[in-house]
Design a protein around this ligand. Structure first.
Ligand SMILES: [Mg+2]
Length: 232
């Protein structure tokens, strides 16, 4: 059996959170630092939580040891994120995603992993809310990664350990909604599938990053299966 690995980004690729993440971020800033949160002044798309926060701290003039601030921020942010997900509407799984995961999950050649810039606990809180955690026993996250490719490399490493098999780069797919996802996959020699569901990057933007496959969305399950070579 030839194993295929599918590494999925979260925000803009499998789900949209309708501003919930940004509001939780800013609320955390207000609570901890008594100043308006700078989300909206930084571009979060495709970047890791560490890089987003480093920039937020700079914009909001929060000085001091970054890692200490980062740890404190994340604890409060996770509480706000859980609360916002419970109380605000707007979080939704993108079209076709649940069907695609079920299709991949039922194929013995397909293995799933997360590859996200979110810290792991934030990723898990978001997916828990949408009932998607069971599809992802493993992943690479933004806890220690400044660069997205570090999180993706962790996803491959952790998937190899968890599933107890090796994944050939030509059958390992990085699936994401920004040029950063594509660049990270390319830097690691993996296959890349760009999807224009993130709301920021157009088909043209994504095409310029030269992904192996570019799709408007992931709504057509059989098409995704076919273009990634799983159906062959
Ligand atoms: Mg994304």
């Amino acid at each position: 059996m030839v194993a295929h690995l599918f590494i999925f980004d979260i925000d803009g690729t499998i789900a949209s959170f309708g501003g919930i993440t940004g509001r939780a971020f800013n609320r955390t800033f207000e609570q901890l630092y008594d100043r308006p949160g700078p989300w909206g002044k930084v571009l979060p798309h495709g970047r890791t939580d560490r890089v987003i926060l480093r920039e937020c701290f700079a914009v909001a003039s929060v000085d001091g040891d970054f890692d200490a601030h980062f740890r404190m921020f994340i604890e409060t942010y996770l509480r706000n994120l859980s609360e916002s997900l419970q109380t605000a509407s707007g979080a939704r799984v993108l079209p076709g995603i649940r069907e695609l995961f079920e299709r991949l999950d039922s194929n013995p050649s397909a293995f799933l992993a997360l590859g996200t810039g979110n810290v792991e606990r934030a990723a898990r809180v978001k997916l828990e809310h949408l009932g998607l955690n069971p599809f992802f026993p493993v992943g690479g996250f933004g806890d220690n990664a400044d660069e997205r490719k570090e999180a993706i490399a962790d996803a491959v490493r952790n998937a190899t350990l968890h599933y107890q098999r090796s994944f050939a780069p030509e059958r390992s797919w990085v699936i994401g909604d920004t040029p950063y996802d594509i660049e990270a996959g390319q830097a690691l020699g993996l296959r890349t599938l760009a999807v224009a569901t993130g709301g920021l990057h157009t088909m043209d933007d994504l095409q310029r990053a030269t992904p192996d496959v570019l799709l408007e969305n992931l709504a057509e399950t059989e098409r995704v299966v076919r273009v990634t070579g799983l159906g062959r």
